[in-house]
Design a protein around this ligand. Structure first.
Ligand SMILES: *[C@@H]1O[C@H](CO)[C@@H](O)[C@H](O)[C@H]1NC(C)=O
Ligand SMILES: *[C@@H]1O[C@H](CO)[C@@H](O)[C@H](O)[C@H]1NC(C)=O
Ligand SMILES: *[C@@H]1O[C@H](CO)[C@@H](O)[C@H](O)[C@H]1NC(C)=O
Ligand SMILES: *[C@@H]1O[C@H](CO)[C@@H](O)[C@H](O)[C@H]1NC(C)=O
Ligand SMILES: *[C@@H]1O[C@H](CO)[C@@H](O)[C@H](O)[C@H]1NC(C)=O
Ligand SMILES: *[C@@H]1O[C@H](CO)[C@@H](O)[C@H](O)[C@H]1NC(C)=O
Length: 643
């Protein structure tokens, strides 16, 4: 009786909320109900129904907004114009560093100047301009101004140099490069390899002797440009807005296309999903050439009228001071940032801020609770979603450790799924009918999302170079003949549908017949070692099956007590997961988004004659780490020394 009542209520709510016809909803619920049986259904239902309805409401809201914008042929600049009308003199952006503040009106005027300047210069709809800047006061205004006349910005990672830089500018087909004066040297190095017709504009401290010949200074040109609204080209919501480069683990960066609707969707899902308001103040210290900083962060300003504090570079020691100074209520994080914050000595200010939410991805489960309790942050808004992927997830209800969920009661509302893969090659495992096999609770699998080009929420806009597209999609994933986006990430789902990060592609290795997750071991070691940077990877040992674990530890002061560490390790990790080798170095190389770079270190291996850093070996007979010298190395290689 009770179950029947639940179903009826649910059906009613669903019809109300989603407008799905009963014949679509009923079978699915019935199947689930029969399949799960008895009290388990009630348990899951009770625990997840409000979460699922909230998510369904958010999806519905964003979807209807997207449809409205599509119908009205809106674009991001048009949405921004509406924000300016509503918020006018409110502060839109604060540039931490100079302390400069721009109101919405100022940002609007600045971007109008950019648009008018480019129009005068003969740029037309569909042209591309590369943006290569570190100092960021004008960054948002520049790409927004371009968007106003349909010129597409290629947002280039300011850490790139030489071939990679040339590659990114070239594949974008940029007609001009706008660069910050702080990057003059990098531009000079590659200027001759770029086409002669590429116009060069330099922003910032202008030194005509240092810049490449023919470069013009941007600021005087902008000052002379009119501030009126430029004539809008007839762009629509599905047109291209800008390009963001994804740093592939191998090879050169790929330019992912961001269309207006995708920008809107990413920012809006986060806004509604995590319950933000336009009165929030968001602290954005992430690079603006990536989607996290420029869409999820800055999008709240452009679309929802939130004040966004832009910080040029993340600083662990200044983080909470900045938050307190600007009354920030939401902070963004990525990758290892949270750990760097925990690594800082305790300060008064870290409890005296108004931050209520931390928004980002990559907060490790091992430090999740320590982070929330030490810094008194009420909600962790962890989400998952690459720039180019449509299978975003969000941990809307503050579930410890999860990066999102998929409804167990209403899985069809959002067509994503975990499917079985060979975790080493990431190859999809298919059933006898050729369709991928969905994972049950507790079974790790690759996250995939069904593609539906007709639905702007579901489309896949792909990469600039066509070849890159085919690797990211596969056919017959949900059912025969369909197409789905492959995230490349392995997740695990629990019985309530909460999803947890398992590992990045290729980041497990096998040792003693077991799979070792580098992420898990990194988390544990880092905790044992006072939050030091720890990178774990497998190295090949001749004659040994699988790969032996190696942990590279950033320890500039040599403060690690190996004796104690060895003992702690015995309690914390199973034998196969304990690193066989340790490498102590000054610093671990990181990408612009604070991800560790392992490739070089993996190649270095454990040969003391190749590596100048101190190496240690876990002596299995004595159960402790000993220094790895040439002699020991030789006996390991020859197989004399057992591992
Ligand atoms: C840009 O940043 C550099 C340091 O990265 C600084 O020396 C320079 O003064 C900044 N320029 C402007 C115009 O803010
Ligand atoms: C932060 O809030 C306090 C008190 O509400 C206010 O006095 C102060 O001016 C605010 N600071 C900023 C930068 O808005
Ligand atoms: C979120 O979870 C943390 C524990 O991880 C808890 O301290 C906090 O109160 C929760 N916040 C909300 C808004 O429920
Ligand atoms: C390790 O991973 C491989 C490949 O994904 C899988 O076949 C195997 O069953 C896993 N082994 C264990 C012990 O989990
Ligand atoms: C993912 O993108 C594809 C490509 O367009 C789309 O068909 C699919 O519906 C999207 N999936 C989700 C869950 O949005
Ligand atoms: C870090 O990067 C630098 C420059 O690319 C390189 O020379 C160095 O070997 C790298 N360090 C490690 C430990 O891989």
């Amino acid at each position: 009786m009770m179950r029947l009542a639940c179903c009826t209520v649910l059906l009613f709510l669903l019809r109300l909320l989603v407008g799905l016809p009963w014949f679509q909803v009923l079978p699915s619920i019935l199947i689930f109900y029969l399949g799960s049986g008895g009290w388990k259904f009630l348990l899951i239902f009770a625990k997840t129904i409000s979460r699922d309805l909230h998510a369904a409401g958010v999806l519905l809201k964003v979807k209807s907004n997207v449809n409205r914008h599509l119908k009205e042929r809106n674009t991001l600049p048009k949405i921004f114009a509406e924000t300016v009308r509503r918020h006018g003199d409110k502060t839109a952006l604060i540039f931490e560093g100079t302390g400069e503040k721009w109101s919405f009106r100022q940002l609007d005027e600045y971007s109008n100047r950019v648009a008018n300047l480019l129009l005068q210069r003969g740029f037309v709809e569909g042209d591309v301009v590369a943006l290569f800047m570190e100092n960021r006061s004008q960054y948002v205004g520049l790409w927004l101004g371009m968007a106003k006349i349909g010129v597409e910005a290629a947002l280039i990672n300011f850490n790139l140099r030489l071939e990679a830089l040339v590659h990114c500018v070239t594949i974008s087909n940029a007609k001009a490069v706008v660069f910050g004066s702080e990057l003059t040297e990098a531009v000079c190095e590659v200027h001759s390899s770029m086409g002669k017709t590429v116009q060069m504009l330099c922003s910032g401290d202008w030194d005509p002797k240092r810049v490449p010949a023919g470069t013009e200074c941007l600021e005087p040109l902008l000052d002379a440009a009119p501030t009126h609204l430029p004539i809008r080209p007839d762009r629509c919501f599905t047109d291209r807005l800008f390009y963001i480069y994804t740093s592939g683990t191998t090879g050169m960066p790929k330019a992912a296309i961001v269309v207006h609707s995708r920008y809107y969707r990413m920012a809006a899902l986060v806004y509604y999903g995590f319950g933000m308001t336009s009165d929030d103040v968001l602290y954005d210290c992430l690079p603006l050439y990536h989607s996290a900083g420029n869409i999820v962060g800055v999008g709240q300003c452009l679309i929802h009228g939130m004040t966004v504090v832009i910080k040029k570079k993340f600083s662990a020691s200044r983080f909470w001071d900045d938050c307190a100074k600007y009354n920030c209520t939401i902070v963004q994080y990525i990758g290892e940032i949270c750990r760097y914050l925990l690594n800082q000595p305790v300060k008064d200010i870290e409890g005296k801020h108004k931050v209520r939410m931390a928004l980002g991805n990559g907060l490790r489960q091992s430090i999740w609770e320590e982070f929330t309790s030490r810094f008194n942050v009420l909600q962790i808004a962890e989400f998952y979603g690459a720039t180019e992927c449509n299978c975003s997830l969000g941990n809307f209800d503050n579930m410890t450790g999860a990066c999102g969920f998929n409804s167990q009661i209403l899985p069809f509302i959002y067509p994503i799924r975990l499917v079985k893969v060979d975790e080493e090659t990431m190859e999809l495992i298919r059933g006898p009918d050729g369709v991928c096999i969905p994972c049950g609770p507790g079974e790790p699998g690759q996250l995939v999302g069904r593609i539906n080009q007709k639905d702007p929420l579901r489309r896949f806009d792909g990469y600039v170079n066509e070849g890159a597209n085919s690797k990211k999609t596969a056919n017959s994933v949900f059912k025969k003949g369909d197409t789905a986006y492959l995230s490349g990430d392995v997740l695990v789902m629990d019985q309530y549908g909460y999803m947890y990060f398992k590992d990045r592609t290729g980041d497990t290795f096998r040792w003693k017949g077991e799979n070792v997750s580098t992420t898990e071991v990194e988390g544990t070691l880092s905790r044992l070692l006072d939050m030091k940077d720890v990178v774990v990877y497998g190295v090949e040992v001749p004659g040994a099956e699988g790969k032996a674990g190696m942990a590279a530890v950033a320890d500039p002061e040599r403060s690690t007590d190996l004796e104690k560490f060895g003992k702690d390790l015995e309690k914390a990790l199973p034998p196969y997961a304990r690193p066989v080798f340790l490498r102590f170095l000054k610093e671990v190389n990181k990408t612009g988004t604070y991800k560790f770079q392992k490739t070089d270190m993996r190649r270095d291996g454990f040969d003391p004659s190749m590596v100048s850093d101190k190496l240690y070996f876990l002596d299995p007979t004595r159960g402790r780490y000993v220094e790895l010298h040439q002699e020991l190395y030789s006996s390991i290689i020859s197989g004399k020394q057992k591992l």
